[in-house]
Design a binder for this molecule. Structure first.
Ligand SMILES: Nc1ncnc2c1ncn2[C@@H]1O[C@H](COP(=O)(O)OS(=O)(=O)O)[C@@H](OP(=O)(O)O)[C@H]1O
Length: 331
């Protein structure tokens, strides 16, 4: 049972998660060991995956590595270290816990679903989705804030780092749906009719399919657009995993009422509904929620680490409108 404490914090129950080893009875002992994750948060980049991990780690039945992201399946350097290395990155867990990791880069890398399926075909997958327009801008701000020598980043990322958001989006549209359509979307968006929308959808889908089917990584700046085409990406993953093992989670729900988002996840994982509304408190300056807890070391005010760039910087009206028109065509 939990004890209510003053100032809205609460005491955690003693659970499998907090005990090192437990005698269950004569001759029976719960085994705590490292193992492959039971579920993975595979994406989407910039849709609140850091906050989601932070919330879920508070659940008494859920355990994740301390390291923010493992990057096993998409980075060949890590993948080549093998399954045992991946398992060694996981926390020790007993039979009452579910182990998870989050690496939002997984979602848009074609080789990843095949690699995961080969290792653990029954793993459950969670993907947060959010407004693709805001996601693209957040992704852009992330890339342009990379603190690495420019010659160490891919040419497409270098291009983005040296561009405005409008330039990056225009270039991405030009490369994926052609210059004529890019100009139309950017300069005369109100002239786009149903027929044109269909053409844009078909052109973009075949552009993305070609890269996916060739097992290549989406280059930048086009990746800024593809990563917001959730329907396409989820369909690709559903061709490998049973759709019932994939939970698309509405990122807007995650930020507006994380207890409702958590409930969906708890139901999906078939675990107790622990992350109830009383566990969350709203942070005034960001409007995001953090967890009231006296057990986690991280302060209440920073659920997303350094995240929150989009609260301070705005995209141009023109780019925003162009992207709205573009994603409307894909819907
Ligand atoms: N508590 C909470 N709930 C819901 N959403 C939140 C929360 N905190 C942050 N954010 C939003 O998450 C954006 C960062 O997403 P990710 O954590 O997935 O980014 S990353 O892919 O791991 O880099 C981040 O984007 P930016 O504002 O661009 O930083 C926020 O919009």
């Amino acid at each position: 049972m939990r004890e209510e404490e003053e100032e809205g914090t609460f005491q955690f129950r003693e659970t499998a998660k907090t005990q090192e080893s437990v005698e269950e009875g004569v001759g029976q002992q719960k085994v705590y060991e490292k193992r492959l994750p039971d579920f993975i948060i595979i994406g989407m980049q910039k849709c609140g995956t850091t906050a989601l991990k932070y919330y879920l780690e508070v659940h008494p039945n859920l355990l994740a590595p301390d390291r923010g992201e493992i990057h096993f399946f998409e980075k060949d350097g890590n993948f080549n270290k093998g399954k045992d290395w991946y398992i060694s990155e996981m926390p020790s867990a007993g039979p009452d816990s579910l182990v998870f990791e989050k690496t939002p880069d997984y979602m848009a890398v074609p080789i990843v679903p095949k690699r995961i399926f080969e290792l653990k075909p029954d793993v459950k997958l969670i993907v947060t989705t959010c407004d693709p327009v805001k996601r693209a801008f957040s992704n852009f701000l992330h890339l342009t804030s990379v603190e690495r020598p420019i010659d160490e980043v891919a040419p497409g990322v270098q291009f983005v780092m040296n561009s405005t958001f409008d330039e990056a989006i225009f270039a991405a549209l030009k490369k994926s749906v052609g210059e004529k359509n890019a100009k139309l979307i950017f300069e005369k968006p109100d002239e786009i009719n149903e027929e044109k929308r269909e053409e844009i959808r078909e052109t973009f889908t075949s552009f993305a399919s070609k890269i996916w089917d060739d097992n290549k990584k989406f280059p930048m700046p086009e990746g800024l657009l593809v990563k917001g085409y959730y329907k396409f990406l989820i369909e690709k993953w559903s061709q490998i995993f049973p759709p019932e093992n994939i939970l698309p989670l509405n990122g807007t729900l995650l930020s507006s009422s994380p207890w409702n988002a958590s409930r969906q996840i708890e139901d999906f994982l078939e675990i107790e509904n622990f992350l109830t509304e009383d566990k969350f408190s709203r942070i005034e300056d960001t409007n995001f929620y953090c967890i009231k807890t006296n057990r986690k070391k991280r302060p209440c005010s920073k659920p997303g680490g350094k995240k929150g760039r989009t609260l301070e910087t705005k995209m141009s009206e023109k780019a925003q409108y162009a992207l709205r028109v573009f994603y409307h065509a894909l819907s």
